[in-house]
Design a protein around this ligand. Structure first.
Ligand SMILES: C[S@@+](CC[C@H](N)C(=O)[O-])C[C@H]1O[C@@H](n2cnc3c(N)ncnc32)[C@H](O)[C@@H]1O
Ligand code: SF4
Length: 474
């Protein structure tokens, strides 16, 4: 699809245009982050490992690129805020049996795919803390991946890893570079010592800076730092100090997440003192201040929590209409089949989602047996594919050109989405979007609320008309 008719000049506007307190307060409700559509709550257990096998076989003769995601769940301490899928343990000897399972799963997928022609253009190690694995174990893992899949040259692909700087020494950075990784994303959240103590994540500026410098020396191209607002004891003043340090570090990208506090789902969050958390107003103040500061420092707002330098490939891809979104966030690699490997991982193959068992025992039992560990998934209908594309383009382009969908999906866009477009009228009155006959543009004030705009095209939320257990949009 070609994505013209977008106006990117607005992304250069100041924070005051992005941050409109009145509309933020009006629209701030729970909603999905749309790293997938349909979203994970729509997955069901009617999809099994056998479906995955037959789907892999069906797409085996494709030549389209592949993306690989490998989940390494272990962390040696727990950060109380964490909403990721992880296993907290100090027993490093748990890594070896897990690696053995991953190797078996890699072989099983590669056998079912029955070819090694499809170029792998994207690889992501996520966690947990991927470097819980030793350097030798990472080497073994990568060697097997290269034996069984056809990786494009390093400078042609996005090969990334999530790093906890506390678990990454100089040797590890060197090994990660040697095995072919070229992107790194580091967790920081906040450097304030009181905040760090309250969330049980003690991490110095020095160790963070050290890993960043080592990665740069080893030729890692795009470095990202994760920050979070809404944590206990944060104020505009304390977070300003963290932002100063980060701006000095000069990463290519910054992700600024809104702390999703859902203690009913994530046990460690129960150890967070809710009375010390910033009020909703203070959170908005921190967000406004952060946006102003990052834009003034030369970063651009890419969309959903993400900022990047004008020279970063994400910014360039966005300007060319070639930005995409998947489970790992924004990407420059075109939408393609994604193979998920490891406990809880989610793949997207042949137009369907497949998720592996969330419990290690179940994952292990399946992989040690002769089946895949898939426990749930979702097969997209034509209608889902249409809406998935619409939501993807909205999140990536901040604009829609209706004609692009009309020919591909044989619909009249305005008739097909008549209900949704009616809902957008209110947003147009509030200057969140500009509606035209042939498309729409998300205006600066609507950019922070892009989830709300996307929710209009979510068939399943429209049916429920509620946030359905998701976190607040801002
Ligand atoms: C798997 S972690 C990052 C890698 C590594 N484990 C680390 O902590 O440095 C991915 C990111 O998710 C974000 N995150 C974790 N829990 C969150 C929550 N409850 N709300 C919002 N963002 C969260 C954090 O910014 C974190 O850096
Ligand atoms: S934030 Fe990272 S290190 Fe901390 S518990 Fe979560 S996954 Fe582990």
């Amino acid at each position: 699809m070609n994505h013209k008719n977008r106006d990117f000049s607005a992304s250069l506007l100041g924070g005051a245009d992005l941050f409109d307190l009145k509309v933020i307060k009006k629209y701030n409700k729970a909603g999905p982050r749309y790293t997938s559509y349909p979203t994970a709550p729509m997955f069901h257990t009617g999809i099994s490992g056998d479906d995955y096998t037959s789907t892999l076989k069906r797409v085996a003769s494709d030549n389209a690129p592949l993306s690989l995601y490998i989940h390494i769940p272990f962390c040696n301490t727990v950060c109380y805020y964490c909403g990721c899928s992880k296993i907290v343990t100090r027993k490093y000897d748990r890594a070896a049996p897990y690696l053995a399972l991953l190797l078996k799963e890699i072989d099983r997928v590669a056998d079912a795919l029955d070819n090694t022609r499809r170029p792998v253009t994207q690889l992501h190690f996520g966690g947990g803390t991927p470097t819980f694995m030793s350097n030798d174990q990472m080497r073994t893992l990568m060697t097997r991946l290269r034996q069984r899949f056809n990786f494009v040259a390093k400078d042609e692909g996005e090969f990334s890893i999530e790093i906890d700087p506390r678990e990454c020494d100089a040797d590890t950075v060197r090994v990660l570079q040697e095995i072919g990784l070229n992107r790194m994303s580091m967790g920081v959240q906040d450097f304030d010592p009181i905040v760090q103590k309250a969330v049980n994540r003690i991490q110095s500026k020095e160790e963070t800076m050290r890993v960043l410098n080592e990665a740069r020396q080893h030729g890692f191209e795009s470095m990202n730092i994760d920050l979070m607002y809404g944590l206990p004891h944060q104020t505009v003043e304390t977070f300003d100090t963290t932002l100063n340090t980060i701006i000095e570090f000069n990463p290519d990208r910054i992700a600024l997440f809104n702390y999703a506090h859902m203690p009913h789902m994530f046990m460690p969050q129960r150890r967070i003192d809710e009375s010390a958390m910033p009020t909703p107003q203070e959170k908005l103040n921190i967000l406004e201040h952060s946006i102003n500061k990052l834009l003034a420092a030369g970063y651009l707002f890419i969309g959903m929590d993400h900022f990047a330098k004008p020279t970063d490939e994400l910014t360039i891809a966005q300007q060319q209409g070639k930005l995409y979104r998947n489970f790992q966030g924004y990407s420059t690699q075109a939408d393609c089949d994604l193979i998920g490997l490891g406990v809880t991982s989610i793949g997207y193959v042949g137009g369907a989602f497949f998720q592996n068992a969330k419990e290690m025992e179940n994952y292990e039992a399946a992989v040690e047996g002769d089946t895949f560990a898939v426990f749930r998934g979702y097969i997209l209908s034509n209608e889902d594919h249409l809406r998935r594309q619409v939501i993807m383009r909205l999140m990536c382009d901040f604009a829609l050109n209706y004609h692009q969908f009309e020919s591909e999906f044989s619909i009249n866009f305005k008739e097909h989405f008549a209900d949704g477009i009616k809902d957008l009228d209110e947003m147009a009155k509030d200057h969140l979007v500009e509606l035209r006959d042939d498309g729409l543009t998300v205006l600066p004030a609507g950019r922070l609320l892009i989830r709300n705009v996307a929710m209009v095209f979510d068939e399943y939320l429209q049916k429920k008309k509620e946030g359905g257990g998701f976190s607040k949009t801002i």
